[in-house]
Write a protein that binds this ligand. Structure first.
Ligand code: GLN
Ligand code: ZN
Length: 761
């Protein structure tokens, strides 16, 4: 048999470096500790190292221009001169300092808006298009990186965001001017010119990413895709074009894609593996199929045998030269490598594959499909999966039974809100406009360094406990002195609102270096949910009880909700998310009941990530919202009517989830409304929200101390929107990123504002 070869590549690779080198260097640059050229040098080294990793793993191409100092959507916007007027001259060729000002703002200039990137936990900067913008081409970054890769001897495949996704992700500076897609005609010639330049610079293949293809496309977007690629097909020079979709199946759009004058189509087949064969069967002769079969955003080791089978079936329809193997999407959403993890629970490690390990999976699959499989690897992989299912903790019979036994009646509070609230009030005796905070108090340098010392075993558990208790005592004293009505313990023992709970649950592991970029230099280290979830003992009760023992005012118990824990973790792939959510909910329910038993009269369950979990496609949203609400209700409904349940949600898009917010039936919800001047509160009223609400009246994201007047004015406005007896007074979010000084001053003003409102009837 003639030896075959199957081409391999990835859509993109993590860019910060395995040790988050880019983060550290960038932050040094911001603090003016290193020069721009030193930062550029760090970037160059990382690109080089990441290409080398791809080449060492045996990939045929290295991907170029997936690197960014902050965000690739920003880079693409700048490439086409998309800069709003407030940033001055429309010329986008600026130094690094100017570059970062788009992302972070500068004196007198608001940064670009930032929002979630599709259904990932990554955030991108929203390009802002002025109505009279003249698009201009600035190809230096992509050409420079291409040249860097080619001259270093790599077979380089440049990638960039395609025009339809770029415009769909943008917004008009002036909302009156509506749909940014109207600029397509002006933008296309520049994309054409860029492709010609890339081609002249020696790009054999160019990857254009159109993640919108996995969304529900509007008719206008659909037409724009056709128009765009009909046109760009004429400008590719000697290069070939790969059109890449990801984050789900393209569903009915395959027909359209196959008629376009492009040379290859990349499909994410992880959601609907059957797409692979359908695509292969109808693939036109002039195209290659890039099969995104290795999970680009899940950290679990592939089931190699299954993927190999998919590949083999595909090869019944197309020749090996026309099949490429790839990651489903860019690997940027997963940690870099497992190489430095030394503390993962031992059975877990072989179940995982981070970005660098995914490259090796691609190589094994490609070899196998080319007829030279390393059978030992395949056998070992099967064995790992067989054993994984049998590992103690993966499926705990007794837990499964108790989850099953939870029937729907247990999702509801025993009494409806109108009957609960007077009982709660009788117990709590709160004044009108009760004042409270969202939970965390400043995580000072001291708090962080003591925790780090405890982690490095420089502090004993007892010493650390004493330290945290001191912090709590101080925090309670301060809050009493300020005059708040409902106190909190301050969350000093928590590194992160999800990781802290993950550490108290069985079936969840933490990595040491599993960092993933959230935005810019901000990274998160999601816990890994691998088994059935059990809460062996109370997690927060000792801290809350201690805090309560120090004061006669009520101290709120403070928990993270099941959906937020789920959304901000890597979730096992052998159980539906819905079931994992319910397992977490049962653990939180137990914690809630323990808090109640310990005498906690108010318990807050934070769900800032509820909206984030909403699926991209409309037909999947209702099912998600229904089980997400169930999970919250399982967590909170077991308490007595007298116990008051609070929830907190920041980030302010609620329109499409309103019924769910009502269904949660929390007694009190606190929301982020300062920046939008209570607009959100109006939305609550318009939807007939029946329970109590704490509209944030201090924007804690800004370092300024809000004046009493600014807060009374918001509160007065609020009384015009919802009945005063339903109003609470609180900041927008937790204070962990603030300093004590401004927190104290702001809270004092907040208490005065509440008093002034009480005084005027
Ligand atoms: N209770 C948390 C805090 O105050 C809530 C954080 C959040 O909403 N993201 O920090
Ligand atoms: Zn918040």
């Amino acid at each position: 048999m003639q030896k075959q070869h199957i081409t391999t590549h990835v859509i993109g690779y993590p860019r910060l470096g395995a040790g988050r080198e880019l983060k550290w260097a960038t932050e040094k640059f911001w603090r003016q500790e290193i020069s721009a050229s030193a930062l550029q040098e760090v970037g160059r080294k990382l690109r080089r190292r990441h290409w080398q990793e791809q080449q060492d793993a045996g990939l045929d191409f290295v991907t170029v221009n997936d690197f960014s100092f902050y965000d690739t959507t920003l880079d693409t916007a700048l490439m086409f001169g998309i800069v709003p007027k407030r940033f001055g001259a429309s010329d986008a060729d600026r130094g690094l300092s100017d570059y970062f000002s788009f992302a972070r703002g500068a004196e007198g200039r608001e940064p670009l808006a930032m929002t979630k990137w599709f259904d990932t936990n990554y955030h991108y900067l929203v390009p802002e298009i002025d109505d009279d913008l003249k698009f201009t081409l600035h190809p230096e970054k992509i050409l420079g990186e291409l040249e860097e890769a080619i001259s270093a001897g790599y077979r380089a495949k440049p990638t960039l965001l395609g025009p339809v996704s770029l415009l769909s992700l943008s917004r008009a500076s002036d909302p009156k001017h509506g749909d940014p897609l109207q600029h397509l005609e002006q933008l296309l010639p520049l994309y054409g010119e860029l492709l010609e330049q890339l081609s002249a610079a020696g790009a054999e293949w160019i990857q254009l990413e159109e993640p919108v293809l996995a969304d529900d496309l509007s008719a206008a977007q659909h037409a724009a895709i056709v128009r765009t690629y009909m046109k760009l097909g004429q400008h590719k020079g000697g290069s070939r074009l790969l059109l890449a979709s990801y984050y789900g199946s393209v569903r009915g759009k395959l027909n359209t894609l196959f008629t376009l004058p492009i040379d290859g189509v990349h499909l994410d087949i992880t959601e609907q593996p059957e797409d692979a064969v359908t695509a292969a069967r109808y693939l036109p002769d002039d195209k290659i199929l890039s099969l995104g079969l290795v999970q680009g955003r899940e950290i679990w080791a592939a089931k190699l045998a299954e993927l190999r089978e998919i590949g083999e079936e595909v090869l019944e329809h197309i020749d090996a030269e026309r099949l490429w193997l790839a990651s489903s999407c860019s690997l940027q959403h997963m940690p870099h490598t497992l190489e430095h993890e030394s503390e993962l629970p031992s059975p877990l490690r072989p179940w995982l594959a981070f970005a660098k390990e995914k490259l090796v999976e691609l190589r094994h699959l490609s070899q196998a499909l080319a007829g030279s499989a390393d059978e030992a690897v395949f056998a070992a992989n099967e064995e790992i999966h067989r054993r994984r299912a049998l590992t103690p903790g993966v499926e705990v019979g007794s837990l499964r039974e108790s989850y099953q036994a939870l029937d729907r009646d247990e999702h509801k509070r025993r009494l409806p809100f109108p009957q609960r609230i007077p009982r709660q009030q009788q117990l709590l005796q709160l004044p009108e406009f009760p004042t409270t905070t969202i939970g965390s108090f400043p995580q000072t340098q001291e708090v962080r360094s003591q925790r780090a010392a405890f982690r490095r075993r420089k502090l004993t558990a007892e010493q650390y406990r004493v330290f945290v208790k001191d912090q709590i005592r101080n925090c309670i004293r301060k809050q009493e002195d300020i005059g708040l009505d409902v106190l909190v313990h301050g969350e000093f023992e928590r590194n992160d609102m999800v990781e802290y709970f993950a550490e108290g649950l069985k079936g969840v592991a933490s990595s040491q270096f599993g960092w993933v970029q959230s935005y810019g230099t901000r990274c998160v280290k999601p816990p890994i949910i691998w088994g059935d979830i059990e809460r062996p003992k109370a997690i927060t009760v000792p801290w809350i009880s201690y805090a309560q023992s120090l004061t006669n005012r009520p101290v709120k118990g403070m928990l993270t909700g099941p959906i937020t824990i789920l959304q901000w973790s890597f979730v096992r792939d052998d159980l539906p998310r819905e079931q994992v959510a319910k397992q977490i909910a049962c653990a939180i329910r137990a914690e809630v009941l323990d808090l109640e038993r310990a005498g906690t009269a108010i318990i807050q369950v934070d769900e800032p990530a509820l909206r984030e979990g909403l699926p991209l496609r409309q037909n999947e949203q209702a099912a998600y919202l229904s089980w997400a609400a169930d999970a919250f209700k399982i967590s909170t409904s077991a308490v007595a009517p007298e116990t008051q349940i609070h929830t907190h949600m920041c980030y302010s898009e609620f329109e499409d989830i309103f019924q769910t917010i009502i269904d949660l039936d929390a007694d009190v919800i606190s929301i982020e409304t300062t920046r939008n001047r209570l607009k959100l509160l109006e939305t609550f009223r318009n939807h007939g929200y029946p329970n109590q609400i704490g509209p944030g009246i201090w924007d804690i994201h800004s370092p300024w101390v809000p004046s009493v007047e600014s807060m009374t004015s918001l509160l007065t406005k609020a009384t015009g929107i919802i009945p005063r007896e339903n109003l609470w007074v609180n900041p927008d979010c937790g204070l962990k990123t603030r300093q004590w000084k401004e927190s104290e001053a702001s809270l004092r003003n907040l208490v005065v504002a509440a008093e002034q409102l009480r005084a005027c009837t």
